[in-house]
Design a protein around this ligand. Structure first.
Ligand code: NAI
Length: 721
């Protein structure tokens, strides 16, 4: 492919060259091999252009530039590190030549500029962003286990100073709206339309005929200082310390490499800093964590959002009016998310006051959003006006979808659906937000069971991006497609699973909790159990999570499940955690945070410390579970049960398992998800299998590898769709 196709060269009589990024092979521009070659060639041509007055870089796509080529990054192997490093340096040398051309170069950012796209713009002397809705600017590499390896670390440090570059741009990977990017200093100007953008670009070129980057001006100093500046150096140790605290020992290499690249790079000249950055980048790109995160967050997410799990031949439909039954914690959050997406919401509870309280929850969220500048007072009013609280079933007339979120009780759920089934639209989609009850059982309470489906939201609904769609035995294709569309309409990520007790998410997170509790029962130090969860990368420590959920919930679920198994003539397999939870509840009356006492002690609802009684009543002197075993028992318990979910047909896709486990139940993001964890385990599937056998021998049959895993390992396969 030639430069003429990937980067179009347009030169006017005044000597202004516009470089139009327009990769014909893709819908977006990415930093792939074709781009690298084209860019190097174009810079050579600019250098050779005699009457060059200035350069404008823009794109013919909807977005400016999508960033690094993730296909390529996912495929780099450690043995290719040298070649990979050299390739990144070639591109960076060309960017460096562009910024030292002696002529003004302006980035006309016509849409989203993320990652490599923003890095390209940072190598320009001036950045003008088109202020279009939905446009995002930032360096999100850290969220994929990477660092901005196209000069992003080096240049943001020199533009914003080390502290702001790290905290506002590099370590969180935040994506900013154009106006926010202007405020931070990532762009220099905004434009409302393309004409204004071009006019401003030309004005910059006219006013700065020999533009140079500020760091190429003699006497330049990094704003806020460097490790060589005493005041800054005094604060420097706080950075790694804060980072360690935040990461809690979890294995995320990217933040550390970013910090190192920023600090080391600030002490040397730009060219050396760019090489340092590339080395740290290459190390991450060749490692397993980045591969895992790219797989789950990019490829799997695309697969999930593209509608692979949605029946194809059902036409798309939008919901205009939705009924939410139950205005408690979940119902209130669901009402907010629906209203935010523009739907009219009828929020029903047993009394007008209870329904009003549910609406007040949205008002509270919106007050915070207004205070933080995330929404306007007008938008707040409009959203609230879309939520109508009510205690009258008759008000639900005409609703095209119903989402039920009353107490977790099958009889009550049957009753509330009976009340409204004949009032809502005759073909209304009927959804339940149950977290544990079988959808097949709940569907028995409605006449149109083909329209009945599970829509499992996560708490807090406004923040949690996942919705687990549960197809019951009688759910029709049409209902599944409509549920999928509804979830997309409220801008959440859907995974689709088949009916079973606890579905996928509640069932698998239960394994994590049980494993943590079982270790307490074996006599392990509870502090170590919590640390093991944190160091494995779980966002919530296991015993504190259970305290939040309350210990009565798993017991209720367990009793129901046991009852169902025994009714079907099966034998119930108890878990070693059961006895610990029973003692906590029956002997010590410690049900969790809401009861004022659990695995932790609480004061005024705040967690104080782990309950010393745990050591006294459960501790066994001399018992020492190896720390690595502790971490892996939790990870393996969830991974193995996910394989069983796949084997049993509860899960129908690997992408759903990976995305669902990370976004819904806090499976550590560095793994790339619960099945990618197995793929990426040391030694691959055979390595995982061998370790599962070791754990079985040491801790019990629940670690026994399922047949599907054995088969895939024997075939040299991996978990993929
Ligand atoms: P909640 O106790 O906060 O709210 C339940 C609400 O339902 C209360 O406001 C109650 O007044 C109302 N209600 C009771 N009978 C009603 C009736 N006949 N008509 C209308 N409203 C009625 O409970 P929460 O936590 O919101 O849970 C609701 C459902 O969501 C349950 O099925 C639960 O299993 C499920 N769920 C809960 C999650 C959580 O994290 N709490 C997560 C996912 C699902």
């Amino acid at each position: 492919m030639t430069e003429a196709t990937v980067i179009r060269w347009e030169q006017d009589e005044e000597g202004v060259v516009t470089l139009v990024l327009d990769d014909p092979a893709q819908s977006v521009n990415t930093m792939n091999a074709a781009f690298t070659e084209a860019f190097i060639a174009v810079v050579e041509r600019l250098k050779a252009t005699g009457n060059l007055r200035g350069v404008i870089i823009t794109s013919a796509k909807k977005t400016f530039f999508a960033g690094g080529d993730l296909h390529l990054l996912r495929a780099v192997e450690p043995e290719q590190a040298g070649e990979f490093l050299e390739n990144t340096l070639r591109l960076k040398r060309a960017m460096r030549e562009l910024e030292t051309l002696g002529r003004p170069v302006v980035a006309a950012i016509n849409g989203a500029a993320l990652g490599g796209g923003l890095e390209l713009a940072l190598a320009c002397h001036h950045r003008i962003a088109l202020d279009v809705p939905g446009s995002r600017i930032g360096l999100p590499e850290v969220t994929l286990g990477l660092l901005p390896g196209g000069g992003g670390v080096v240049r943001t440090v020199r533009m914003l100073g080390i502290t702001d570059a790290l905290l506002k741009v590099l370590l969180q990977g935040r994506q900013y709206r154009p106006a926010q990017a202007l405020e931070i200093g990532l762009v220099d100007e905004l434009a409302q339309d393309t004409e204004e953008m071009t006019a401003k670009a030309r004005a910059f070129i006219d006013a700065n005929p020999a533009a140079v980057q500020r760091w190429d001006v003699k006497g330049y100093r990094i704003p806020g200082g460097t490790p060589a500046t005493p005041a800054f150096a005094a604060n420097l140790p706080a950075f790694p310390a804060n980072l360690s605290k935040q990461l809690n020992g979890a294995p995320y290499p990217a933040p550390r490499n970013i910090l190192a690249a920023a600090v080391e790079g600030a002490q040397v000249d730009v060219d050396t800093a760019l090489v340092i950055e590339s080395r740290y980048f290459t190390e991450l790109a060749c490692g397993q964590t980045a591969k895992n995160m790219i797989q789950a967050f990019f490829f799997d997410m695309q697969a999930v959002n593209s509608g692979a799990g949605r029946p194809k031949d059902v036409p798309a439909r939008k919901v205009g009016k939705v009924a939410v039954l139950g205005a408690g914690m979940m119902g209130a959050g669901i009402a907010y998310s629906c209203a935010k997406a523009g739907m009219q919401v009828l929020l029903k509870d047993v009394s007008p006051e209870a329904a009003e309280r549910g609406k007040a929850y949205s008002a509270g969220l919106l007050d915070k959003a207004v205070a933080r500048g995330r929404t306007t007072p007008e938008e707040r009013e409009e959203l609230l006006a879309r939520i109508t609280p009510t205690a009258e079933a008759a008000d639900l007339a005409g609703c095209e979808a119903v989402i039920e979120a009353v107490f977790e009780n099958p009889e009550l759920k049957h009753k509330v659906f009976q009340e409204i089934e004949d009032i809502v639209a005759p073909d209304a989609l009927l959804c339940s937000n149950t977290s544990t009850l079988p959808i097949g059982l709940l569907a028995e309470g409605v006449t149109r069971s083909a329209d009945f489906i599970g829509l499992h939201f996560f708490s807090p609904v406004d923040k949690m991006p996942l919705v687990e769609i549960i197809r019951g035995p009688r759910t029709g294709d049409e209902a599944l497609a409509r549920a999928f569309d509804l979830v997309r309409q409220i801008r959440k990520t859907p995974i689709v699973v088949n009916d079973s007790r606890g579905f996928f998410t509640s069932r698998v997170i239960g394994q994590f909790i049980n494993e943590g509790v079982a270790m307490v029962g074996e006599g392990a130090d509870p502090v170590s159990v919590e640390q093991a969860a944190a160091q494995a990368g779980y966002p919530a420590k296991v015993l504190s999570l259970l305290d939040e959920l309350t210990l009565t919930l798993p017991r209720k679920i367990r009793n129901e499940a046991r009852h169902a198994v025994e009714e079907e003539g099966g034998t119930w397999q108890p878990h070693p955690a059961d006895a610990v939870m029973d003692r906590m509840l029956d002997e010590f009356d410690r049900p969790g945070r809401s009861g004022g006492a659990g695995f932790y002690e609480y004061q005024d609802g705040r967690r104080v410390r782990l309950w010393p009684g745990l050591r006294e009543h459960f501790g066994k002197p001399g018992v020492q579970i190896p720390f690595e075993d502790m971490k892996e028992r939790m990870l393996f318990a969830e991974a193995l049960d996910s394989v069983r979910c796949l084997e049993e047909g509860v899960l129908t896709s690997v992408a759903d398992a990976n995305v669902g486990s990370v976004l819904g139940i806090g499976f550590p993001a560095w793994t790339g998800g619960v099945l990618q964890y197995i793929n990426g385990y040391q030694g691959g599937l055979p390595g995982f299998l061998a370790r599962a056998r070791e754990l079985t021998a040491a801790y019990g049959e629940r670690f026994e590898p399922p047949a599907l895993l054995e088969r895939l390992a024997a075939e040299g396969g991996r978990f993929q769709d």
